[in-house]
Design a protein around this ligand. Structure first.
Ligand code: ADP
Length: 823
């Protein structure tokens, strides 16, 4: 496969008419030559680089092998100094390149031919409107363009035999006030004049205003001609006759230059871009009939014979009049119009208006106004006049002009409808984008909406690191005529200056490829590549803004999410820390109490022992043997108490440390085991025990749970008081989703004030009954290790007590029904 060359057209925007038409002209010529066009929309040059010149990043794409040659739009320079422009140019690679109106650079350039336009305008005033005293409002002395236009004015006077009068030359600087001032000053001199030729439209509009104020009638008393075909001039009253440059045509011309450079052919350093006179009413051309144009004055080299024989001459003049359009079209249309007219003269009624309709239809893809068509009609009429019969002459032209007017109106309406449709689609697109909260959502909307806007292929690439734009990027969206190209979630990584990853191409026949930078005010995001027909391409700038802003929204959401995540993590950590501190404080307090009570409680048997040892000593030396046995019994009793205390303490300290593997256990089995352990006490006190049938399975540490029940049973027996019918009941009740196990006795009961206290270490209410005050503390700890709670229910002294507890350590699996162990 041979390499298909690519030419990059660098523009500041494609939203405005001038640069958009430039692109269309370039595309038309290069496409026909099999050269690909890459339109790089970089914004105006912002050199030295300003922080907000995000679009300028795209200049880094202007390198081989992606790009083989460059066309630089003149609009790039509007935002920079001549030095800035040079600096930009020096950074470009040494590849073929042409510029438009960039005459400061050392590259071939195209520039509107000011001389020719001005010469034609002045000639028109003299020849057609018989003006003789033509005031010339020139541009600044020494300025290249201004001098050229001035020279054209003098040459035209000379060629038409009008003597040059230096007092008729006044000067402005292209600005509106300078035009006003110069005109007002000249009026003060009282010298007569019958036309004002201005070096640009802005000054011409100022002149028009001053003359109107002075009661001078334009164009009856004075003709005015401007230069540039500005929008303001078109809608003035009277509309301004002016000299216009066609950016479409400039695009074509400049594309021709770049093709020559690519072929290794030499091109001139300067190529003039054609300009043409647009006749409107300010010069004196009638509204209904702008004609009797300058072409009429040119000597007609008619050949002898009928109208048919004049075809080459007349169509040449006519295609000249239609020179605003691409040359091949202008020629084809000139032929069509001529043959139509010829047929009409030969009696085929309606043929001329038919061809006019056809031509207008074809021309509707190009910009153009009524003035151009009326001018063309005038040329045709003037040149074929000798062969046209009176009646035909009278009827045909007004009808033709009417047709042109109606056609233009229709075009305007169609354009308006198209613009409205596009605005509607863009609004829809933007509405949908607003709702997107993630990148995949945004891409989905882009993928769905862009084809409606005429985009055939679209690619969106995001830089991997915003701080290093135009280095590594990830292609996150690609769609072509065949639908969305599947890409991995994180996109396809590629070197951004290559435009796209290998094997993907944006280039398609009859389409133009537009690159737009995606950025927010602060940061470079990436770029978008759109493949679209040149006629619809102006939408790309708007898409850039919409997509950029929705990506920006995503970034904001992301930052916010990260921030709130951060806050949440920190808050959670804080809460955990605080809980930990509280737990630690509680443990500390418990430890303190523990140390205090341990030393206190351990001390009392020691004191007892020491006391009885003293007595023992005394009794032995006194030979009081009966007392000796008594003392020894007391000492043994105290030692036993101490051992019990130490055993309980050891037991307590083990809870939470020693872990027996948890398992599913029948609660009834636990009860049986506990009852066996306290069987002696139960029997001794004669307590009746009632165990509920159908007790459930529980999950936990079997030995520890037996300990719980053992302690509760033991306490129940111990604290029966004088109850004549001691009775203990063991069972379970359901409260909501919770199973509450209980051990109920009809003993002495617990005053409400002590309901909490008794679960503390060494808390004993009743010192007459044996005990260490550790039992309930141990029970509480075991229950808590099973994620449960324990409490006592008792209405007070003599009312019996019910010790209740829950267990919540079961894994989130349904308990097997009535099997003794969990597989
Ligand atoms: P002890 O070793 O004294 O039994 P516990 O921690 O088991 O220590 O009990 C603490 C205190 O709670 C007991 O001294 C007693 O006053 C009270 N108590 C425990 N169980 C009962 C009960 N079933 N009926 C009445 N009071 C009880």
């Amino acid at each position: 496969m041979t390499h298909q060359p690519t030419v990059a057209l660098v523009v500041s925007t494609i939203e405005d008419e001038y640069e958009n038409n430039l692109l269309r002209g370039v595309q038309a010529v290069l496409q026909a030559a099999g050269v690909q066009v890459l339109c790089v929309v970089s914004g105006g040059l912002n050199i030295p680089y300003q922080p907000n010149a995000h679009g300028n990043i795209l200049h880094r794409l202007l390198q081989p092998p992606l790009v083989d040659a460059l066309i630089l739009s003149g609009a790039l320079r509007h935002s920079t100094s001549p030095d800035g422009l040079k600096q930009f140019w020096q950074q470009l690679p040494p590849i073929p390149m042409v510029g438009i109106a960039l005459d400061e650079l050392d590259i071939p350039y195209l520039m509107a031919e000011g001389y020719q336009g001005m010469y034609t305008a002045v000639t028109h005033l003299i020849v057609h409107h018989k003006r003789r005293a033509l005031l010339f409002l020139r541009g600044p002395v020494g300025q290249k363009e201004a001098e050229e236009r001035f020279r054209a004015y003098r040459d035209a006077l000379r060629d038409q035999g009008v003597p040059y009068d230096p007092t008729l030359v006044i000067e402005g600087d292209y600005s509106y006030p300078s035009g006003q001032q110069a005109m007002a000053a000249y009026l003060m001199t009282g010298h007569p004049f019958d036309a004002v030729v201005c070096a640009n439209d802005t000054m011409a509009l100022a002149v028009l205003q001053v003359l109107r104020q002075q009661g001078v009638q334009v164009p009856q008393d004075v003709s005015i001609v401007g230069f540039d075909d500005s929008e303001g001039g078109r809608y003035e009253n009277p509309p301004l006759t002016t000299v216009r440059q066609s950016s479409y045509e400039q695009g074509q011309q400049v594309a021709g230059l770049v093709l020559a450079l690519l072929a290794g052919e030499p091109v001139p350093a300067y190529t003039p871009a054609r300009t043409r006179l647009v006749l409107r009413r300010s010069c004196g051309c009638g509204e209904r009939d702008v004609a009797e144009s300058m072409y009429a004055s040119v000597k007609r080299p008619y050949v002898a014979g009928p109208l048919a024989a004049q075809q080459p001459i007349i169509t040449a003049a006519l295609s000249e009049a239609l020179g605003h359009f691409p040359q091949e079209n202008a020629q084809a249309w000139a032929n069509l119009l001529f043959t139509g007219l010829l047929a009409e003269t030969e009696g085929e009624c309606g043929r001329f208006l038919g061809s006019l309709d056809q031509v207008l239809q074809q021309a509707s893809n190009f910009e153009g106004d009524v003035a151009i068509w009326n001018q063309a009609l005038s040329v045709l009429r003037e040149w074929s006049l000798p062969w046209l019969e009176g009646a035909l002459l009278r009827e045909l032209w007004p009808l033709a002009r009417q047709q042109v007017g109606e056609h233009m109106e229709r075009i305007q309406a169609m354009r308006r409808i198209a613009t409205e449709r596009r605005a509607r689609l863009l609004r829809l697109f933007s509405d949908e984008l607003i709702g997107c909260l993630t990148l995949p959502e945004v891409l989905k909307v882009v993928n769905r909406r862009l084809p409606d806007l005429g985009i055939r292929r679209a690619f969106i690439a995001l830089y991997e690191q915003a701080e290093e734009p135009m280095t590594w990027a990830r292609l996150v969206l690609a769609f072509t005529e065949n639908g969305r190209v599947p890409l991995p979630g994180e996109g396809v990584r590629f070197w951004a200056p290559h435009l796209l990853p290998a094997r993907l191409s944006p280039f398609a026949t009859e389409q133009t490829v537009v690159v737009e930078a995606l950025y927010t005010q602060e940061v470079q995001l990436g770029f978008a590549v759109f493949t679209i027909s040149p006629a619809e391409s102006s939408v790309c700038d708007g898409l850039r803004t919409l997509i950029s802003s929705s990506l920006r929204t995503l970034m904001l959401i992301e930052t916010q999410r990260r921030m709130s995540d951060d806050i949440m993590t920190r808050e959670k950590a804080r809460r955990e820390r605080e809980a930990l501190i509280r737990e630690l404080e509680a443990k500390n307090a418990e430890l303190e109490r523990f140390t205090y009570t341990v030393s206190h409680d351990l001390k009392s048997p020691l004191i007892t022992i020491r006391g009885f040892l003293g007595m023992l000593e005394r009794d032995i030396s006194a030979g009081n043997l009966a007392q000796v046995a008594h003392n020894i019994a007391h000492i043994r009793q105290a030692a036993n108490t101490m051992q019990e205390l130490l055993q309980d303490l050891l037991n307590l300290s083990r809870v939470g440390r020693v872990e027996n593997a948890p398992a599913w256990i029948r609660f009834a089995d636990l009860v049986q085991e506990a009852m066996q352990r306290v069987a002696a006490q139960i029997a001794e006190r004669g307590v009746t025990i009632q165990v509920e049938p159908d007790l459930p399975m529980v999950y936990g540490d079997r030995l520890r749970l037996v300990e719980v029940l053992q302690n509760l049973l033991d306490n129940g027996v111990k604290f029966m008081g004088a109850q004549p019918h001691p009775h203990i009941e063991i069972g379970v009740r359901q409260e909501g989703t919770e199973q509450i196990f209980f051990v109920r006795d009809n003993g002495i009961g617990v005053e409400e004030a002590y309901h909490k206290k008794i679960f503390g270490l060494f808390e004993r209410l009743n010192t007459e009954v044996e005990g260490t005050g550790i039992g309930l503390a141990l029970v509480k700890r075991i229950v808590e290790l099973h994620n449960g709670r324990i409490w006592v229910e008792s209405t007070g002294s003599g009312q019996g007590s019910t010790f209740c507890f829950t267990l919540n350590s079961a894994p989130p699996v349904r308990a097997p029904q009535d099997t003794s162990s969990f597989p």
